[in-house]
Design a binder for this molecule. Sequence first.
Ligand code: NAP
Length: 253
Amino acid sequence: MTQTPARVAIVTGAARGIGAATALRLAADGFAVAVIDLDEAATAATVGAIEAAGGRALGVGADVGDPEQVQAAVDRIAAELGPPVVLVNNAGVTRDNLLFKMTDADWDLVMHVHLRGSFLMTRACQRYMVDAKWGRVVNLSSTSALGNRGQANYATAKAGLQGFTKTLALELGKFGVTANAIAPGFIQTEMTKATAERLGRDWDEYVAERAAAIPVARGGVPEDIAHTVSFFVSEGAGFVSGQVVYVAGGPRT
Ligand code: NAP
């Protein structure tokens, strides 16, 4: 009996954190997964973990904000793994500062990775989804989209991704493509460890303090977000599009 080849999913910023957990989860769900990060060597751990669990993965180095690198990455993924029909725009950076101290470079880098990166990746992948008459785009927003002190750049980008998501849903729906966004609250990753460090806080104390303000009384873990991605990408979620789900252990933390 011939087997249908696995559908191909791309997860950006998947060397670690939420992206790595999402890549592993989608591989466990049966997708062949392209693991994109800035440095190809950094993707080895995620790729190795997927392969060790019996899945199929390809590590690709690319800056998602660079059009040539994005095109080369997507072309390579299509040639080596197959046409990408699932895209998780997860790559992210923070450059936090109060507005009066925020530099032009801090503003531009955050827009480059989150907004330009998600735009370029989605534009490069959409034709494969349209051809297949099936596709899933999941964008990583944040509770910071509602406003967060010290994050004028990041909050703007994460709110922008919600508008991007809703527009994709409108434009691509008739081709069987859904687009949704996940807005995580506090998730324990290198990104939030860097925040604790910048604030001069002990990590364990910082986690305990954040957890105390969260209704479900714990910090989030990358698998909490991967689970939500898995839902949006699933076959049964084909009537769910243009939505933003806050995955924050409560309504707004
Ligand atoms: P993370 O641990 O910092 O991982 C982000 C990954 O993205 C890193 O491997 C990073 O590579 C990569 N990356 C950065 N710039 C890139 C670029 N231009 N091209 C390709 N890859 C790039 O972050 P995380 O906490 O897992 O966050 C993942 C996503 O969730 C982000 O979009 C973030 O904004 C969002 N989010 C996180 C939280 C949270 O509490 N952690 C909350 C809300 C939303 P390098 O290591 O080389 O920089």
